[in-house]
Write a protein that binds this ligand. Structure first.
Ligand SMILES: [Zn+2]
Length: 278
């Protein structure tokens, strides 16, 4: 038969037992493990496969035309003809999912997907604190999910966490770019090169590629910091724009000086008081 792949030899069961973790179908099938979690993994797979078979939309390969169709096995209706196998399966899943009743938000589901999502979010710069603030799920609950203390959670809770993405990164929010561009144009008017400014802002290539309409909070902060830095050593900037920005800087420096002169335990007590009243 044409659709039989020339398969790589299967690992023997000892090799498979080393390669696959408990709680996987591979460990059950190839590693011949019959422990509880492997049996559960295998049963889940079978259940899912049978559920898949009961769903009306299915993918068929039309061999002589070498394309794929998505066909309703009850009505015979064909929803898609495509050369791409992946596209056909996506279409099938979408159609089948649209037939399912909406899933109740209070249904208890496994936390594995949530954990994976939080781990991934961390790699793209979204920490647990941000996840908690944006999702409204308390930090305590998040920690207990991640530690494995809680194994099941409401679907509604999981959905709130899963909806968070890299755009929720602190500083990734967009703000109006006008103020930032005023500062940049001040610098450019004084002869600072655009390419040099870009590199000071962390760009790899000397090209100032910022949008005129909106800008991320992070970029706006970087521009402000650069402006302050330059205004400290460029007398022209102090004279021409010795303004709000410089004033804010001196306030910050005064606060820093005050803090440095205070004993640590006094600062700690003050912080504790601030946090208590919140
Ligand atoms: Zn096992």
């Amino acid at each position: 038969m044409s659709n039989v792949r020339p398969s790589a030899p299967l690992p023997d069961h000892k090799a498979a037992a080393q390669r696959y973790a408990h709680g996987t179908r591979a460990r059950y099938q190839l590693g011949r493990c019959r422990c509880f979690s492997c049996r559960v993994a295998n049963a889940n797979y079978e259940t899912q496969r049978q559920a898949e078979r009961r769903r009306p939309w299915r993918v068929h390969h039309v061999a002589n035309g070498s394309f794929w169709i998505v066909r309703n096995r009850e009505t015979g209706e064909i929803a898609l003809r495509a050369a791409s196998r992946a596209r056909a399966f996506r279409c099938r899943d979408r159609l089948n999912a649209s037939l399912e009743p909406p899933r109740p938000a209070n249904q208890l589901i496994d936390t594995k997907a949530v954990i994976r999502h939080c781990v991934w979010l961390k790699t793209v710069g979204v920490g647990l604190r941000t996840v908690s603030v944006r999702s409204g799920v308390s930090r305590g609950v998040l920690c207990r999910i991640l530690s494995g203390d809680i194994r099941k959670t409401r679907r509604g809770t999981a959905d709130k966490i899963l909806a968070i993405g890299p755009s929720d990164r602190p500083g990734a929010a967009f703000i109006d770019a006008a103020e930032t561009w005023r500062l940049l144009e001040d610098l450019i008017a004084l002869g600072y090169r655009r390419g040099w400014i870009a590199q000071q802002l962390g760009a790899r290539r000397p090209a100032l590629q910022l949008r005129r309409d909106r800008i991320t909070v992070t970029t706006a902060r970087k521009v402000r910091r650069l402006y302050l830095e330059i205004s400290r050593r460029d007398a022209r900037l102090q004279k021409r724009f010795g303004n709000k920005v410089a004033g804010e800087q001196s306030t910050r420096e005064r606060v820093a000086t005050t803090l440095r002169s205070m004993p640590m335990d006094e600062i700690a007590r003050g912080l504790a008081r601030l946090l208590q009243t919140k």
